[in-house]
Design a protein around this ligand. Structure first.
Ligand code: FES
Ligand code: FES
Length: 163
Protein backbone atom coordinates (compact mmCIF):
# COMPACT_ATOMS: atom_id res chain seq x y z
CA UNK A 1 0.00 0.00 0.00
CA UNK A 2 1.31 3.43 -0.95
CA UNK A 3 0.82 6.66 0.99
CA UNK A 4 1.75 10.25 0.25
CA UNK A 5 3.83 11.94 2.92
CA UNK A 6 5.85 15.09 3.43
CA UNK A 7 9.28 15.19 5.05
CA UNK A 8 11.16 18.39 5.84
CA UNK A 9 14.84 17.54 5.48
CA UNK A 10 17.48 20.16 6.26
CA UNK A 11 14.85 22.85 5.85
CA UNK A 12 13.59 21.65 2.46
CA UNK A 13 10.10 20.21 2.14
CA UNK A 14 9.73 17.03 0.09
CA UNK A 15 6.46 15.35 -0.86
CA UNK A 16 6.69 11.72 -1.90
CA UNK A 17 4.62 8.58 -2.22
CA UNK A 18 6.04 5.67 -0.24
CA UNK A 19 5.16 2.07 0.39
CA UNK A 20 4.01 1.94 4.02
CA UNK A 21 6.93 -0.41 4.84
CA UNK A 22 9.55 2.17 3.77
CA UNK A 23 11.87 3.45 6.47
CA UNK A 24 12.85 7.08 6.79
CA UNK A 25 16.41 6.04 5.92
CA UNK A 26 15.35 4.39 2.67
CA UNK A 27 13.00 7.26 1.81
CA UNK A 28 15.90 9.70 2.17
CA UNK A 29 18.54 7.63 0.43
CA UNK A 30 16.58 5.82 -2.26
CA UNK A 31 13.78 8.27 -3.02
CA UNK A 32 15.19 11.70 -2.27
CA UNK A 33 18.87 11.11 -3.04
CA UNK A 34 19.91 12.36 0.40
CA UNK A 35 22.79 10.03 1.15
CA UNK A 36 24.65 11.49 4.11
CA UNK A 37 22.72 9.19 6.50
CA UNK A 38 24.34 5.80 5.86
CA UNK A 39 22.95 2.28 6.06
CA UNK A 40 25.25 0.14 8.16
CA UNK A 41 23.21 -2.53 9.91
CA UNK A 42 19.61 -1.53 9.06
CA UNK A 43 18.56 -2.77 12.49
CA UNK A 44 19.34 -0.03 15.00
CA UNK A 45 22.75 -1.23 16.12
CA UNK A 46 25.40 0.90 14.42
CA UNK A 47 24.19 4.51 14.40
CA UNK A 48 25.32 5.18 10.82
CA UNK A 49 21.79 6.34 9.94
CA UNK A 50 21.47 8.82 12.83
CA UNK A 51 19.36 11.93 12.17
CA UNK A 52 18.00 14.70 14.31
CA UNK A 53 14.22 14.67 14.70
CA UNK A 54 13.80 18.17 16.07
CA UNK A 55 16.61 18.19 18.67
CA UNK A 56 16.57 14.45 19.38
CA UNK A 57 18.88 11.93 17.76
CA UNK A 58 17.15 8.96 16.19
CA UNK A 59 18.05 5.88 14.17
CA UNK A 60 16.29 6.45 10.87
CA UNK A 61 16.51 2.77 9.87
CA UNK A 62 14.03 1.98 12.65
CA UNK A 63 11.45 4.63 11.68
CA UNK A 64 8.64 3.95 9.26
CA UNK A 65 8.33 7.00 7.05
CA UNK A 66 4.52 7.02 7.17
CA UNK A 67 4.71 7.55 10.93
CA UNK A 68 6.76 10.73 10.42
CA UNK A 69 4.58 12.58 7.94
CA UNK A 70 5.45 16.27 8.30
CA UNK A 71 8.53 15.59 10.46
CA UNK A 72 11.41 18.04 10.63
CA UNK A 73 14.65 16.11 10.09
CA UNK A 74 18.26 17.22 10.05
CA UNK A 75 21.17 15.35 8.51
CA UNK A 76 24.89 16.06 8.69
CA UNK A 77 24.47 18.07 5.47
CA UNK A 78 22.07 20.41 7.23
CA UNK A 79 24.25 21.13 10.27
CA UNK A 80 26.39 23.73 8.54
CA UNK A 81 25.14 27.21 7.74
CA UNK A 82 27.55 29.69 6.16
CA UNK A 83 30.38 27.86 7.90
CA UNK A 84 30.93 24.30 9.04
CA UNK A 85 29.33 23.21 12.29
CA UNK A 86 31.91 23.29 15.13
CA UNK A 87 31.73 19.49 15.39
CA UNK A 88 32.36 19.05 11.68
CA UNK A 89 35.40 21.32 11.97
CA UNK A 90 36.62 19.50 15.08
CA UNK A 91 36.40 16.14 13.30
CA UNK A 92 38.60 17.51 10.53
CA UNK A 93 41.07 19.16 12.89
CA UNK A 94 41.39 15.98 14.98
CA UNK A 95 41.56 13.70 11.93
CA UNK A 96 38.64 11.85 13.51
CA UNK A 97 37.77 9.50 10.66
CA UNK A 98 39.30 7.07 8.22
CA UNK A 99 36.86 5.82 5.54
CA UNK A 100 34.22 8.33 6.68
CA UNK A 101 31.27 5.97 6.38
CA UNK A 102 30.18 6.37 9.99
CA UNK A 103 31.11 10.05 10.19
CA UNK A 104 27.81 11.77 9.29
CA UNK A 105 26.03 9.65 11.88
CA UNK A 106 28.76 10.31 14.45
CA UNK A 107 28.59 14.07 13.97
CA UNK A 108 24.78 14.21 14.08
CA UNK A 109 24.76 11.97 17.13
CA UNK A 110 27.30 14.19 18.88
CA UNK A 111 25.09 17.23 18.24
CA UNK A 112 22.13 15.42 19.78
CA UNK A 113 24.28 14.15 22.64
CA UNK A 114 25.38 17.67 23.57
CA UNK A 115 21.77 18.81 23.62
CA UNK A 116 20.96 15.93 26.01
CA UNK A 117 23.84 17.00 28.27
CA UNK A 118 22.70 20.62 28.22
CA UNK A 119 19.26 19.49 29.31
CA UNK A 120 20.80 17.55 32.21
CA UNK A 121 19.78 14.09 31.01
CA UNK A 122 22.03 11.62 32.83
CA UNK A 123 23.78 8.73 31.10
CA UNK A 124 24.59 5.34 32.61
CA UNK A 125 27.95 6.69 33.84
CA UNK A 126 27.07 10.24 34.89
CA UNK A 127 27.18 9.39 38.60
CA UNK A 128 30.70 7.88 38.35
CA UNK A 129 32.33 9.59 35.37
CA UNK A 130 35.68 11.07 36.38
CA UNK A 131 36.31 12.74 33.03
CA UNK A 132 34.14 14.31 30.37
CA UNK A 133 35.67 11.79 27.95
CA UNK A 134 34.10 8.94 29.96
CA UNK A 135 30.73 10.61 29.61
CA UNK A 136 31.21 11.20 25.88
CA UNK A 137 32.36 7.61 25.31
CA UNK A 138 29.25 6.27 27.00
CA UNK A 139 26.87 8.65 25.28
CA UNK A 140 28.39 7.94 21.86
CA UNK A 141 28.40 4.17 22.35
CA UNK A 142 25.46 3.74 19.98
CA UNK A 143 27.61 4.90 17.06
CA UNK A 144 30.06 2.29 15.87
CA UNK A 145 33.13 2.90 13.73
CA UNK A 146 34.48 -0.08 11.86
CA UNK A 147 37.74 1.78 11.23
CA UNK A 148 38.23 2.26 14.96
CA UNK A 149 38.71 6.03 14.71
CA UNK A 150 37.52 6.50 18.28
CA UNK A 151 40.93 7.62 19.54
CA UNK A 152 40.60 10.89 17.61
CA UNK A 153 36.83 11.12 17.56
CA UNK A 154 36.37 11.29 21.33
CA UNK A 155 38.86 14.19 21.79
CA UNK A 156 37.15 16.04 18.92
CA UNK A 157 33.77 15.78 20.61
CA UNK A 158 35.17 16.54 24.07
CA UNK A 159 36.83 19.70 22.75
CA UNK A 160 33.55 21.05 21.42
CA UNK A 161 31.58 19.91 24.48
CA UNK A 162 33.97 21.85 26.74
CA UNK A 163 33.39 25.17 24.99
S1 FES B 1 21.78 1.57 9.87
FE1 FES B 1 20.51 2.35 11.42
S2 FES B 1 21.49 1.84 13.28
FE2 FES B 1 22.68 0.86 11.72
S1 FES C 1 35.68 6.13 9.78
FE1 FES C 1 35.34 4.23 8.75
S2 FES C 1 33.66 3.37 9.80
FE2 FES C 1 34.17 5.09 10.98
Amino acid sequence: MDTEITLVVDGVEHSLVVDTRTTVLDALRERLGITSPKKGCDQGQCGACTLLLGDRRVNSCLMLAVAYDGANLRTADGLADADMHPLQRAFIEHDAFQCGYCTPGQVVSAVGMMQEMREGEPSAVTADAAELSDEVRERMSGNLCRCGAYANMIPAIVEVAQR
